[in-house]
Design a protein around this ligand. Structure first.
Ligand SMILES: N[C@@H](CCC(=O)N[C@@H](CS)C(=O)NCC(=O)O)C(=O)O
Length: 306
């Protein structure tokens, strides 16, 4: 079954997945989505989930890069990314949840935005700002000044520079933590104002080059219509998960699943599986037929819907 990645080039969480696809040597189809809402060809698949990226394998749809990474490992049968267990997961979550806002504070400083968006027509820049204000409305996220962010960054990078030596964070092979750390630094490195912040960390820069060398693998351009047709032409596959349903929930219940942090759009369906790692709901639309939509269990709120 073909793998479709719904993404846009500057999206950093997408870069984590593009690089993972390269590392795992999986052929994939690239569906470029707009960097702001609306995304009418993606919504039938994601059910309203509005963050980027979204991965699709036939009629199975994965929302959030954490569950996407697990799905790719399951797909290939290569679980070496998670061989370090708890330690690698925790460092990956630290990068995605704590280092990420540091890079956002730096890349969204007035100087950095000017360099990145100065050439955008004013209406496009205003539409982007409005979209991101909608995304973060009511959000539980930490924000601080670019100056404070720089303090965090130097502290983290000087520690990291003493830790990665010639290999990866936890030895001779990369783990999920390397990929989560990499995409945050990739994002900073793409902004000409902030890229020089990395220069003094030679060991980190060499590690970044080793990571970048995995590339994006065998990618073929595709589009939203082809992705919808692929879902419609496939049967979803329910993975073998050990259900860990909280009291009061049963498989088949109508539920909504909503990110707890930002982009808090509820996705509704019927509960198909709920393990310690993953929540899966079944949904049906005229464009896709039946799809299974997967989310991480941690970081999403599952509620009964009527
Ligand atoms: N926890 C999510 C975070 C994803 C995220 O924040 N992605 C950014 C783009 S890199 C986003 O969704 N921006 C708003 C958008 O694309 O609509 C994940 O791991 O996938």
């Amino acid at each position: 079954m073909d793998i479709y990645l719904h993404h846009y080039p500057p999206s950093l969480f997408s870069e984590k997945i593009r690089l993972l696809l390269g590392y795992l040597q999986l052929p994939w189809r690239s569906v470029i989505i707009p960097s702001i809402m609306p995304r009418p060809l993606l919504m039938p698949l994601s059910g309203g989930y509005r963050k980027t990226p979204v991965l699709q394998i036939g009629a199975n749809v994965y929302c959030d890069s954490k569950i996407i990474a697990m799905a790719l490992a399951r797909h290939t049968g290569d679980t070496s990314l998670f061989a370090q267990g708890f330690t690698a997961h925790r460092v990956a979550d630290w990068a995605d949840g704590t280092l990420f806002p540091v890079t956002v504070a730096l890349n969204f400083s007035p100087k950095a935005v000017e360099v990145m968006m100065g050439s955008f027509p004013p209406e496009e820049a205003a539409a982007f700002q409005k979209d991101r204000a909608d995304l973060t409305q009511g959000a539980s996220i930490t924000s601080f000044s670019a100056e404070a962010a720089e303090g965090y960054l130097h502290h983290y990078l000087s520690e990291l520079d003493r830790s990665v030596s010639t290999g990866y964070l936890f030895g001779a092979a990369p783990s999920i933590a390397d990929f989560s750390l990499y995409h945050c630094l990739w994002f900073l490195n793409n902004n000409p104002i902030n890229a020089p912040l990395l220069d003094r960390y030679g060991v980190v820069c060499e590690w970044m080059s080793r990571m970048a060398a995995f590339g994006h693998g065998a990618m073929e351009d595709s589009d939203g219509e082809a992705a919808l047709a692929a879902a419609n032409g496939s049967e979803p596959v329910l993975p073998a998960l050990v259900d860990a349903l909280p009291d009061g929930f049963a498989l088949g219940d109508p539920v909504s699943v909503t990110p707890v942090d930002y982009g808090r759009v509820p996705v509704t369906g019927t509960l198909a599986a709920w393990s310690a790692d993953e929540v899966v709901i079944s949904r049906e639309t005229s464009e896709t037929g039946q799809v299974l939509t997967h989310f991480p269990s941690a970081g999403f709120e599952v509620a009964k819907s009527v």
